[in-house]
Write a protein that binds this ligand. Structure first.
Ligand SMILES: Cc1cc2nc3c(=O)[nH]c(=O)nc-3n(C[C@H](O)[C@H](O)[C@H](O)COP(=O)(O)OP(=O)(O)OC[C@H]3O[C@@H](n4cnc5c(N)ncnc54)[C@H](O)[C@@H]3O)c2cc1C
Length: 381
């Protein structure tokens, strides 16, 4: 499978690593402390073509592979997971519009989020509906003038900043013959009258990624802002989230690799009891575990990405890869702090900042419990 790691992918890895180390690492602590969305970095990653890498060239994307895109996110998250998340959340919107949008929607909403003029948000989660996405309560009523939307969303990445663009929201648009809610996806542009943001949410991880609640009060959307088929909203989102699991897993791999690299370097330079702490077997075992987990996670993630690339089913593999990579990233972030001792607790140290970032990864794009449900459901089917 890793014969697939071709020269192009290695070139992309090297380019993203150089960029992340030169441009993001020096400001990462400031972004974390001040919870700042990095506009300049966003513009640069777009200009370098990282953001739109797997999307159609016709709309400003790079026409590249999903494995290459996974590598981009891994390398960015190795340095700063919040920056990687901005690209990841934007890519969910890009996938939805690419796969289900009309050519007019692609021209109007996809192109600007691939070239960096705007950043996309996915608005699924609500105060009373997260894992249970079918429980969304935001309503969109079809009127003569268009869709009248009322409701709210919470924890929405990329929202409320100066470049926020389209938000794809899931809303109840009616009732199905079996009595269940009919849920559709609609494109809600930033600036729609009646659409407001709550205050910036303060977080223990992904601090440089702007996260807000969204409020819709009698927002009127043109009919043509319906994305794809009416009533297909959850189906569209769930199909897209499968790819998102590979991408979130890749960000976890970045944290795993970063925790390992930083631990190895620190173990060689720090002395205790008259010798480098690298000489203590108790710590050697920790890096051995991190390296093993990173290797296994990489194989699982690239395998899932390769299946996707070939048009084969990959749901189970994506869930397994996401579950494994995120839980091992959390473990690695924990152990990297242990290796750094007291310094590892200080926000000045990247290992400390990665701890909260790793925790978020176990929750988004389906929690670990939800991944285990998906995997076991398929085993028992
Ligand atoms: C920083 C951040 C950014 C985010 N960005 C976005 C975004 O851009 N767009 C978006 O739409 N959402 C976003 N989210 C929301 C995220 O997807 C949800 O938080 C996640 O899906 C979990 O939903 P919840 O928080 O409502 O938890 P709940 O669903 O209430 O879960 C609470 C606990 O119950 C468990 N649980 C739930 N159901 C079951 C079950 N059937 N069996 C066993 N255990 C269960 C869960 O695993 C969890 O442990 C973001 C969240 C965070 C923290």
């Amino acid at each position: 499978m890793l014969s697939n790691m071709n020269e192009e992918q290695e070139t992309i890895r090297a380019a993203v690593r150089r960029f992340a180390e030169a441009e993001i690492a020096p400001i990462s602590e400031k972004l974390w402390e001040e919870q700042l969305f990095p506009y300049e970095i966003w513009k640069k990653v777009c200009a370098l073509g990282f953001t739109g890498l797997p999307y159609p060239e016709e709309y400003g994307g790079g026409g590249g592979s999903w494995i290459s895109f996974a590598i981009v996110l891994e390398e960015l998250a190795r340095i700063d997971c919040a920056v990687a998340n901005s690209i990841m959340a934007n890519s969910t919107v890009a996938s939805l519009i690419t796969n289900f949008g009309t050519s007019a929607q692609k021209e109007q909403h996809l192109r600007p989020i691939l070239d960096g003029r705007k950043i996309g948000c996915i608005g699924l989660t609500e105060p009373n509906a997260g894992s249970d996405a079918a429980g969304v309560q935001t309503r969109a009523v079809e009127t003569q003038d268009g869709w009248l939307v009322n409701g709210s969303k919470i924890f929405i990445s990329n929202s409320g900043n100066d470049v926020t663009g389209p938000v794809v929201i899931a809303a109840v648009t009616g009732r199905k013959p079996d009595g269940r809610n009919e849920i559709s996806n609609l494109i809600m542009p930033h600036g729609t009258p009646g659409f407001t943001y709550g205050g910036k949410l303060k977080k223990i991880g992904w601090r440089a990624s702007s996260t807000h609640g969204l409020f819709f009060e009698d927002c009127l959307l043109p009919r043509e802002n319906l994305l794809g088929e009416r009533g297909a909203g959850l189906r569209q989102t769930l199909a897209t989230i499968n790819t998102g699991r590979i991408l979130i897993g890749s960000m976890a791999l970045g944290i795993l690799q970063g925790s390992l690299d930083r631990s190895v370097a620190y173990m060689k330079e720090r002395n205790a009891f008259g010798k480098p702490i690298a000489s203590f077997q108790a710590l050697q075992f920790k890096i051995a575990d991190m390296a093993t987990h990173a290797h296994a996670a990489r194989l699982m993630l690239y395998h899932a990405a390769e299946l996707k690339e070939r048009g084969m089913p990959f749901d189970q593999e994506a869930s397994m890869a996401k579950l494994f990579a995120t839980e091992k990233a959390m473990e690695a972030a924990h152990q990297a702090i242990q290796i750094h001792g007291g310094y590892g607790i200080m926000s000045e140290y990247a290992v400390s900042r990665a701890f909260g970032d790793a925790k978020v990864l176990e929750i988004v794009e389906g929690t670990s419990e939800i991944q285990r449900m998906i995997i076991s459901r398929q085993l028992l089917a």
